[in-house]
Design a binder for this molecule. Sequence first.
Ligand code: HEM
Length: 434
Amino acid sequence: MIPQTTRSTASLESHTGLTSLTEITSSPDPQEHYARLRAQWGPVAPIEIERKDDVVIPAWLVLGHSENCHVMRSEFDFSRNAANWRWNAENLLPAGTAIGTYTPAEPRPTAFYHDGDERKRLREPLDDALAALDERVVRERTTDMCERVIDRMGPSGSGDLVKAYCRPIGFLAMTTTLGFDLETGAMLMADAAALVSGDGDQVAQAQANTAAIVLEHIRQRREDGGQDLVSYLAVHKNFAHDGEIASSAIVPVSAAAIFLTAWITQTLHQILADRSLAARVAGGRLTLDGTLDEVLWRRSPIAQSPAPRFALTDMELGGHRIRKGDALVLAIAAANRDPAVHTGDVWDEVDNRSHLSWGTGPHACPAPRLARLIARTAVDQLLRHMDVQLTGSPGDLPWASSAWVRHAERLPVTWRAADHGVGDAAATPQRAPG
Ligand code: HEM
């Protein structure tokens, strides 16, 4: 049955009883929520981003694949600069919201928060620095990091794999690529945990700590030099001052490390829990890269982009009247499974990268290659060195509480040093739970 769609000309703020974004992202089945919203509202639906002191902060959730592409590609209709958000312009945001810390009324000096020429000026150094990175060096450093973390796990044991492996690798591989030493990387990891806490005060404190550490690091790297991202950023001609460099480096330290952790966790979760996936990997019918792609399609670690857009004019989108100043949240996980583009056949996803897990358009992720290199190395190294078994039922695992990022909060497992030889590590069928 084709669902009936109720189209509305009502203003965003007039809707009541909205579904909370965090509730969707951390529910056992977000796709069910997306399908329900699609059936009720069409490809764009009103939702609650956050609630503070009984004030509901609403946004349009963009569910459709083509609507997401349109918004992502039209920076002069949909701005990244939160000064254009009505809730900032009219001073409506309650104090201490988490969303307020990601959507400052004064945009920070990074491509993330700018449009047009200013975005280009600030984005170019990131693209150049990423292009200058030697992937062989990144792989060696990531492998080394994985081996250290695996050594620390001991020859056998049990516990939470997210805490023991996925999170330390997601963060330390990222901070090492930025040139931080391990001790500082661990401090940044602690601050980043607060960034997804949903508590505005904690987020602000963590952002201030991270900014101070990054600024100091820029000064050191400029003097010492090195083969890392911050060393390349620190000497780029486009930057006017260290505050711009720091803002550019903070996105990888915080958001990127969180999404890397989520991608590694989601991939290991699927390999450990899904017998058919494990069998396809073990039988050589699916490579590790294919598995990583399948996760980006079906279980995107980035459920919603944490960078809302702000409408610059009144317009229509997905059958709704969008008013100038409205916020739009991009539901990447919904777009990837939009029935208009997603056939449901897993083989259509292999080598097909038209999913939106890297975004598209002028703000698309600059680092899919780097992210893949780190995630592939992390998954491969664990499975190469350890036999890991999920304990308990995969269906009972709690999901991280976040509006943006999706992964199991914990992966309870047992592990023991692998007795298979070094080969294609992912090809070990005994990892599927019996
Ligand atoms: C699994 C890992 C990652 C995922 C899923 C991911 C996803 C994304 C997506 C979807 C966007 C676009 C957001 C939008 O247009 O609304 C984005 C932007 C960005 N990503 Fe990533 N990313 C990942 C890892 C990384 C890494 C490792 C870096 C390191 C440098 C990075 C740096 C950035 C930056 C700087 C932007 C903003 C670019 C701009 O606004 O011009 N990301 N990322």
